[in-house]
Design a protein around this ligand. Structure first.
Ligand code: ATP
Ligand code: MG
Length: 137
């Protein structure tokens, strides 16, 4: 059983899509074992996305992630990291498979509704960034 860190991004919380997105996770067999709504500062978003700091979209990405509240969550299930990324769909919604979250809901490659960890080590770090052990049940 594996865990991954998911973020419902500001474009999706703004459009009241949290429930529809959570239904996609649950329908895929992912269990939401921790969840909270928070608003990041731009500096916090910058730390979270530090891996992208040399990319041209970094500043815009941090601005966007701090623009409105996000819902951060821990998803648990068999192969949760891969399964979550399948349910999310490709980064660019134009390339995302039918039925995926990004195909249905994302507005652009930047404002693409969800984040999901991409490997076991990043999942562990990203879960620890937002949650203490006591909050994960
Ligand atoms: P995430 O890490 O958010 O789950 P991802 O792994 O599919 O998404 P990454 O390559 O890690 O994609 O990019 C991180 C985020 O940066 C993307 O989800 C998107 O919000 C933003 N991003 C990526 N590429 C671009 C781009 N070309 N223009 C604008 N924003 C981008
Ligand atoms: Mg990524």
């Amino acid at each position: 059983i594996e865990r991954t860190l998911s973020i419902i991004k500001p474009d999706a919380t703004r459009r009241n899509l949290t429930g529809k997105i959570n239904a996609k996770f649950e329908d895929a067999g992912l269990r939401i074992i921790a969840q909270k709504r928070i608003q990041l500062t731009k500096a916090q978003a910058g730390v979270f996305y530090a891996v992208h700091k040399e990319r041209p979209f970094y500043d815009e990405l941090c601005e966007f992630m701090a623009s409105e509240p996000v819902v951060v969550q821990v998803l648990e299930g068999e192969n949760a990291i891969t399964k979550n990324r399948e349910v999310m769909g490709a980064t660019n919604p134009a390339d995302a498979a039918e039925g995926t979250i990004r195909a249905e809901f994302a507005e652009s490659v930047g404002e693409n509704s969800v984040h999901g960890s991409d490997a076991p080590d990043t999942a562990k770090d990203e879960i620890g960034f937002f949650f203490s052990q006591l909050e994960i049940v």
